[in-house]
Design a protein around this ligand. Sequence first.
Ligand code: GLC
Length: 752
Amino acid sequence: MSSRPALLLPSPSSRSSRPSRSVRRPALLAALCAGALAVTGLTAAAPPAPAAVSAAVLPYQDPALPVPQRVEDLLGRMTLDDKLGQMTQVEKDALVPQSDLAAYRIGSVLSGGDSTVSPNNAQTWADTYDTLQRTALTTPLGIPMIYGIDAVHGHNAVRGATLFPHNIGLGATRDPALVQRVGRAVAEEVAGTGIDWSFAPCLCVARNDRWGRTYESFGETPELPSAMTSFITGMQGDTLGADPASVLTTAKHYLGDGGTTGGVDQGNTQISEAELRAVHLPPFKEAVRRGVGSVMLSYSSWNGVRSHANRYLVTDVLKGELGFTGFVVSDWAAVDQLDGQTGFTGAEIATAVNAGVDMVMVPHDYKKFLTLLRGEVSAGRVPLARIDDANRRILTKKFQLGLFERPLTDRSYTSTVGSAAHRTLARQAVRASQVLLKNDGGILPLPKNGKLFVAGKSADDIGNQSGGWTVGWQGRSGAVTEGTTVLQGIRAAVADPSRVTYDRYGNGIDGSYGAAVAVVGETPYAEMRGDRPGSMGLDQEDLQTLARLKASGVPVVVVLVSGRPLDIAAQLPDWKALLAAWLPGTEGAGVADVLFGDFSPFGRLPMTWMRDASQQPVNDADGKTPLFRYGYGLTYDSDPGPDPDPDPDPEPSPAKACTATYKLVNSWPGGHQAEVTVKNSGTGPITGWSVDWDLGGTSVTSLWNGTHTVTDGHVTVRNTASNGSLAASATTSFGYTASGTAGTPAPRCTPA
Ligand code: GLC
């Protein structure tokens, strides 16, 4: 492309019959001209009196008109350059000069993982957004740009924002309603910085824990990510754009990113179409049902075909079969990968756009991209109809979001960033995400008046407890942002903090302590840098720290801060208790709440826990014998069960446990019938059970073989007098009819 863009003017048709947007602001233009002349030393004649202009706005500028009508009116005014620009997403720091945003009609800006502002605070992010938006609005048609960012566990690019547990922890809560509230809180913080769009939630179904993005997955079964699409409703609202804090969400990464062979990030998912549809597609189907605004494609391939080149999956299945009406965005420079060479070509762009990509996350060389894309259209290799379809999809979301009416930051939300209310919610989410895997002799909850030794590299490290995507793509250890470490939570919880001793390495411990808490696990990582093709055990520092504690003879409680299950079976017999804390985020006090019994844990494993790394991939009902099964989790009043020996017996299930399995029996417009099978999955008999789940906007109209109560959209079903007693492995079931579309509930069973 020449150094200057071709003269970019609205198409002739838009100028003949209707005044352009600029006519509507003669006073402003006159002032700008006078100002410019004054600067050049010329004296401007008094600006002419503003010509009388019609009070009417152009149809696309009229919020009273239906969105489809606004879209068609605007599309009819757009030049090809306008349309190609709308399909172009550019990294904020690549826009040089920033005026290129208008000159090249760029439709979207993003901040990638390491893109930031200085100083890094909410105010500066909001100011940066508004400056960019004001530039975008200077184009003849004044189409607002849409700004995207990875707010994947809070507004994690912003220092001081509230960071929630990563998805693996939220999956452990089994609480879609809680996750919806988290989505709303994140939306408020994102909106408070002006940003309109988050590249979340990841709806990946992580099947091999070696994958570096396992922690971005809500769980290894399609049911959990499907249930947690409630995050979408939390972030967008029931109707996109209905209130100023509504933020566009992204279901990612389509399709099969969590199923690659060996858990290799951006690898190859080598499975049948039946398995792809059964395991990886349901969360996206549920996301579409909930009105997700965008879908991001996966770098990975399905049986050797890159998702970004897979027209069948993107256009035929996602847009056709599932009826997705939002827009598809490519991943960061993913188009470059299609021919196996560095950089991108016109052919790669045509392949991706023709496959169904509507917006390309270039993200840097936007001039080259626009030149090549224009060339592909001019050559007829990308039909204009495809360009128009992509623009309709993008513009529809911009109109629905209210960007044309509210293009700038709503500063009333800026103060929500890192607010006490959000931190309180995050602490609740941390508590609910804790999974108690071992509690020998009921050592937990700890007494608040005991003499306690705390050790481990992650006890006092907010960076470690937040993980990747934290004030930087990879995250890092250390005081990366404001919050409460696990140690600070412990000290705040006990009666006398002076009775809590901390040494990262366990040095100084002796037999005078009542217990030792070791907070160990993984340091931060993201994407491929977190892949673990080899060992999945603890690092040497942790092992040495644990050895020091063990040598003292003091009972050891281990808190595992990690993005996935780790290979710890060999060390487990030395531990009196094990609490999987996952990556809790900024509110580490939520871990302390569980350690001291201010909250009784009820979290359950979202991933099967391997006996050793050679079992990977290991998943629910795959016939292998894990250390802890999918869905396992103790409470403070459940039987701790046998202490698994170094070569643990299969599945040390607790004496009392049950599972609930949902099955859609029938559906019809406006309603459906389902059946839930209750199984005694423990080692002893149970005399009763209850099953609960989030109704997701549906309502029970009839129910049999159980009694139910509903509170706040959450239903609890209890056994009848005749089906409460179940011997080990015995099953019973109940059925119900409900209004609304079924969705994919994740029922949770609790033995009486
Ligand atoms: C990344 C990730 C994707 C993210 C995007 C923008 O490489 O794969 O999840 O949304 O780039 O940061």
